[in-house]
Ligand binder design. Structure first.
Ligand SMILES: NC(=O)C1=CN([C@@H]2O[C@H](COP(=O)(O)OP(=O)(O)OC[C@H]3O[C@@H](n4cnc5c(N)ncnc54)[C@H](O)[C@@H]3O)[C@@H](O)[C@H]2O)C=CC1
Ligand SMILES: C[N+](C)(C)CC(=O)CC(=O)[O-]
Length: 491
C-alpha cells in the first residue's frame, strides 16, 4: 500500500490530521473547497513542526510531500488512507463518502473524524460499507495520541487491523471500542462535564474562567496522568476502590448532578458564555492559544515520558519503533563501518529545551552530548546489562563550544569521534550538526569505574576490544577542529 493519506475537509481537525501524517513521513493530499484552506493548514503545520518532532527522542521520518487538490477524485486515487473531516452533518458526510468511493482504491481505509455518529450510520447507503470506520481524534491531532476506532460488524477484521496498525505507526493509540455507541467513549465523558459546566454558568454559580480554574488547578492535572478510576482508587485510601465506592457511591442519588437535564441553548446562554470566554482569553489570538497549549502539552507529556507512565509510555514505545531498523537501533558490534565518526544521536529540539533567547538553552547541549556518550557506551558494550553487573563510565571533564543556534523542532545529528580509547580511558569528541551547519562540539573525558568501589577500574575485555577497534580506525582521521581547545582561547 502507498504511504499517501488524503484529508477531505482541512479545517481544525483535518489540518491536525494532515500534520500528523505528513510529519510521520506520509505524502498528504488535501481536498477542501474553502479558498482559505491552504493558509489555515500552513499555520497549523507551522505549529505542529515546532511541537511534534521534539516530542520524540528519536528523529521522525523525513517529512512527506503536501499537495492541495481541486478535484476529489484525483485527491483520493491511489491513497491508502482517506480521512474525512467535513462538518458534523450526517447527510453531508454520507454524500462525501459516495464521492470518495467512486474514485478511491477499494482497499483504502476511509476514516471519519466524526465526534458523534456511529459507523453504521455513516455506512448507510455506502457502495461498500466495510471500508468506512470511525477514527475520532482529539485536538491537537498532531500531539494527542488517542484516537477512538469505532467499527461495525460490517468492517472486515483485516481492514480494522490495518487501520489500527497504521494509526499506531504514526504514533497514535487506537482505542478500539467494544461496540458502537453515539459519541463513542471520550466524547460521552466530555459531554457530561460540558453539560454540568453550562448549568454552572447559566445558574451564575461560576464564570467560564472559574470553571476552567477548577479543572486546570486540580483534577485536570490529575486526570492527565491517571485518569478517573485509578485516581479514585487512591482516593479510597488503603482500602482502595471498594471503600471509595462505599463512601461516595450513594452520593450519585443525592442532588449532586444535573446530568440528565440539558440546559436550553438560548441566545442569552450563548452570549453569556461567549462574553465570559472573551473576557477570559480574548487577549490572545487562537493561534497564540494553540502555541501556549502545545508548549504546555509537550512539557507535560515529556515529564510523563521520563516516568514511562501513561501517555509517556506510549511515546517511549513509539521511540522504540522509530529506532528499530535505524542506525540508532544497532547493537554493539553491529556498526560495520567505523572508519568515520559514528552517529550517536539524531533528534529534534523539544519545545521545553528552548529559553528566553528563543533558541536551545545551554544545559540541553550537555543533555544531548551526554545522550550521545550513553549511546556510544552502549555501542561498545557498556549497556544497561553491563552497568547492572557493576561496571560503568563516569565523566571526568567536559568542554562544550556553542557555534550556531538551534530552534524548537529543528532536527540535529551528533557524530562521535574517539580521540582515545585505551584501558580505563575514553576520550570522545561529539559534533552536533543541523544539515551542513556545525552547531556545537562536546569534548568529554570518561573513566571506567567499578560501581562497587566507586574507583577507576578496567572495563571488560569485550569493551576494551570494541573501544580500541574504533579508536584505531578514528586515529587515521585528521584531528577535528577545536579538539583540546580551552576556555577563552581565541577562535
Ligand atoms: N473541532 C474539534 O474539536 C473536533 C472535531 N471533530 C470532528 O471533525 C470533523 C470536522 O470538524 P472541524 O475540523 O472542527 O470543522 P471545521 O469547520 O474546522 O472544518 C471543516 C472543513 O470541512 C470543509 N468542508 C466542508 N464541506 C466539504 C466538502 N464537501 N468536502 C471537503 N471539505 C469540506 C470546510 O471548508 C472546513 O474547512 C467533524 O466531524 C467533527 O465532529 C473531531 C474531534 C475534535
Ligand atoms: C467538542 N467535540 C465534541 C468536537 C470534541 C471532540 O470531539 C474531541 C476533542 O478534541 O475534544
Amino acid at each position: 500500500m502507498s504511504k499517501i493519506a488524503t484529508i477531505v475537509g482541512g479545517g481544525v481537525i483535518g489540518g491536525g490530521w494532515a500534520a500528523r501524517f505528513l510529519l510521520n513521513g506520509w505524502d498528504v493530499r488535501i481536498f477542501d473547497p474553502d479558498p482559505q484552506a491552504e493558509r489555515k493548514i500552513g499555520e497549523v503545520l507551522d505549529n505542529a513542526r515546532r511541537a511534534l518532532p521534539g516530542l520524540t527522542d528519536v528523529a521522525l521520518p523525513t517529512e512527506g510531500a503536501l499537495t492541495f487538490h481541486d478535484d476529489l477524485a484525483e485527491a483520493v486515487a491511489g491513497a491508502a488512507w482517506i480521512q474525512e473531516s467535513v462538518p458534523e452533518q450526517l447527510p453531508l458526510k454520507q454524500k462525501v463518502f459516495a464521492q470518495i468511493q467512486a474514485a478511491c482504491d477499494p482497499g483504502a481505509v476511509i476514516g471519519s473524524s466524526t465526534s458523534g455518529f456511529k459507523p453504521s450510520e455513516l455506512q448507510a447507503g455506502a457502495a461498500w460499507v466495510g471500508q468506512i470506520v470511525v477514527t475520532h481524534p482529539f485536538n491537537p491531532v498532531y500531539l494527542l495520541p488517542v484516537v477512538e476506532l469505532v467499527t461495525s460488524p460490517d468492517n472486515p477484521a483485516e481492514l480494522v487491523a490495518r487501520a489500527a496498525d497504521t494509526l499506531t505507526s504514526i504514533g497514535m493509540y487506537p482505542l478500539h471500542l467494544k461496540k458502537e455507541i453515539d459519541a463513542h467513549v471520550a466524547d460521552r465523558l466530555l459531554e457530561a462535564v460540558w453539560r454540568e459546566a453550562l448549568w454552572l454558568v447559566k445558574d451564575e454559580i461560576a464564570t467560564t474562567e472559574e470553571i476552567d480554574n477548577a479543572i486546570r488547578y486540580g483534577f485536570g492535572i490529575r486526570w492527565a496522568q491517571m485518569g478517573l478510576f485509578e485516581t479514585y482508587r487512591i482516593a479510597g485510601g488503603e482500602a482502595g476502590m471498594r471503600h471509595f465506592m462505599a463512601q461516595f457511591g450513594p452520593a450519585l442519588k443525592w442532588p449532586w448532578t444535573k446530568l440528565m437535564d440539558v440546559p436550553e441553548f438560548t441566545e442569552d446562554l450563548v452570549d453569556l458564555i461567549a462574553d465570559q470566554s472573551d473576557a477570559q482569553s480574548g487577549a490572545y489570538s487562537i493561534r497564540e492559544l494553540e502555541r501556549i497549549r502545545d508548549t504546555n502539552l509537550v512539557g507535560m507529556m515529556r515529564a510523563l515520558k521520563a516516568q514511562n507512565w501513561g501517555a509517556g509510555e506510549l511515546l517511549n514505545a513509539q521511540d522504540g519503533r522509530l529506532k528499530s531498523g535505524s542506525v540508532l537501533g544497532a547493537r554493539a558490534g553491529e556498526i560495520a563501518d567505523v572508519s568515520q565518526p559514528i552517529v550517536t544521536l539524531r533528534r529534534a529540539v523539544p519545545l521545553d529545551w528552548t529559553d528566553y533567547n528563543g533558541h536551545m538553552t545551554e544545559f540541553r547541549y550537555l543533555e544531548a552530548f551526554a545522550s550521545a556518550s550513553d549511546r556510544f557506551m552502549e555501542l561498545v558494550g557498556a549497556d544497561a546489562d553491563y552497568i547492572a553487573s557493576g561496571g560503568s563510565y563516569f565523566t571526568a571533564e567536559s568542554h562544550i563550544r556553542h557555534i550556531d543556534e538551534l530552534h524548537a523542532g529543528a532536527l540535529f545529528t551528533i557524530h562521535t569521534r574517539v580521540l582515545l580509547g585505551q584501558g580505563k580511558k575514553m576520550h570522545l569528541f561529539h559534533e552536533m550538526r543541523a544539515g551542513d551547519r556545525l552547531i556545537a562540539t562536546g569534548e568529554h573525558f570518561l573513566l571506567h569505574v567499578s560501581l562497587e568501589s566507586r574507583r577507576p577500574s578496567d572495563p571488560s575485555a569485550e569493551i576494551q576490544a570494541a573501544l580500541e577497534r574504533i579508536a584505531t580506525a578514528h586515529a587515521a582521521l585528521p584531528l577535528p577542529e577545536g579538539a583540546g581547545r580551552f576556555v577563552g582561547q581565541p577562535r
